[in-house]
Design a protein around this ligand. Structure first.
Ligand code: NI
Length: 399
């Protein structure tokens, strides 16, 4: 019993610390690839805990290894650290002091929770089999993303499993999302240049109108989803930027169109590319114009490993009770956690952070985004208890 109360005491101290850290990060947001102060803060704290091997694989990322006293597998735990170019409108006392930048996706909380877990676990080396690798990743928000850089640096080469948490205001505090298989979407973008022939607005016969062609193209792109795709599949095509023309009496030469494409299946992803181009080619051919089409493959879909997800679900039930488990479907967001999954089976876990009563209801990337800080406590409990469960578990599924 005494042991439990010491653990409770430690947990309580760390919870307070994690909230304090989260507020520090929130007040000092830094953009992708520019997480200088954040990563230095994380580095200094990790070193101060003692018992960790702390390295900096890239300029603004930090990795800490905790080698247990008993042999075993290697578990990676990942948090992302970057903020967004958004002007904060929360009026929180710890609101951003870095004009135009904001932690509007919860990464401040992710970093703080993983630091808290490292603090607790660094004092429990004797209980750990194998190794826990704490990965504080830079630049999740800006493709090509920090994860793929860390993968290239070999950070997960000898890792056996990887787990990441994401605070979510789409889920209420007190719920943890368990998703088997695809969780986030393939997140791609495209640029289109529709080329016509400029001229006087009063003489359409002497020009090829790129605006008229573009209007047809934008409408027809929606037909891909509604008419060309298996209805059981998921695909979103959004035209999000459109630029043309300078004067009301001039038919412009070109139109620039940009957009975003989200899918889960790799087959649908490929289909979408060729169907978009088929429509663009068809419409511009029909009207005597031409086009340039550039498609950018962004983050791959995060696909949770089924066996590992089952172990995570078991832990959630043991730790919080089955009412915490929210079996979900995939969502149309992008996450560069998928880069690790090209090397290592992993599980990405949405942690509920919404609180209607306190007005914590805003979506991610919104200027009034906030989290229920009690969700941080849920996250720490997962990060502290999961390693023991995974690393000491030598069931058959362990590869
Ligand atoms: Ni995020």
């Amino acid at each position: 019993m005494q042991n439990t109360s010491i653990e409770d005491q430690l947990m309580k101290e760390v919870q307070d610390k994690v909230k304090e850290w989260r507020r520090y990060f929130h007040r000092n947001p830094e953009l992708s690839f520019k997480e200088e102060k954040t990563s230095q803060f994380v580095y200094d704290e990790l070193v101060s805990f003692g018992g960790l091997e702390v390295t900096r694989p890239t300029r603004t990322s930090v990795v800490a290894s905790l080698i247990g006293e008993k042999p075993g597998k290697v578990l990676g735990l990942r948090a992302d650290m970057d903020a967004l170019p958004i002007q904060e409108e929360t009026n929180l006392e710890f609101a951003s002091e870095n004009e135009g930048n904001m932690h509007a996706c919860g990464h401040d909380g992710h970093t703080a929770m993983l630091l808290g877990a490292a603090k607790i676990l660094s004092q429990k080396k004797d209980e750990i089999n194998g190794e826990i690798r704490f990965i504080f990743q830079h630049a999740e928000e800006l493709p090509p993303g920090g994860a793929q850089e860390l993968v290239k640096k070999g950070v997960v080469d000898d890792v056996d499993y990887i787990v990441g948490l994401h605070l979510m205001t789409t889920l209420p505090k007190g719920k943890i999302g368990i998703v088997y298989g695809p969780l986030t979407s393939n997140s791609d973008t495209f640029d289109l240049k529709i080329i016509g022939k400029g001229g006087h607005s009063s003489q359409p016969e002497n020009s090829i109108d790129p605006i008229a062609m573009s209007a047809q193209i934008i409408n027809n792109l929606q037909q891909i989803v509604s008419r060309s795709l298996d209805p059981s599949e998921k695909l979103v095509i959004s035209t999000t930027t459109l630029q043309a023309g300078m004067a009301k009496n001039v038919i412009p030469e070109t139109v620039q169109i940009g957009g975003s494409v989200r899918s889960f299946s790799p087959i649908v992803r490929k289909q979408a590319v060729s169907l978009i181009e088929r429509i663009v080619k068809g419409v511009t051919d029909a009207h005597g114009g031409s086009y340039e089409f550039h498609y950018q493959y962004g983050y791959d879909s995060v696909i949770n490993d089924l066996e590992l997800t089952k172990v995570v679900e078991e832990l959630i039930v043991e730790e919080f009770g089955s009412e915490y488990v929210e079996h979900g479907e995939g969502m149309m967001g992008g996450e560069d956690f998928s880069a690790y999954l090209t090397k290592v089976p992993g599980c990405f876990v949405p942690v509920g952070a919404r609180n209607e009563e306190e007005g914590i209801i805003y979506p991610h990337h919104h200027p009034r985004f906030d989290i229920d800080e009690e969700a941080l406590v849920d996250g720490i409990r997962i990060l502290v208890n999961l390693p023991k469960k995974i690393l000491s578990n030598q069931k058959e599924w362990m590869r």
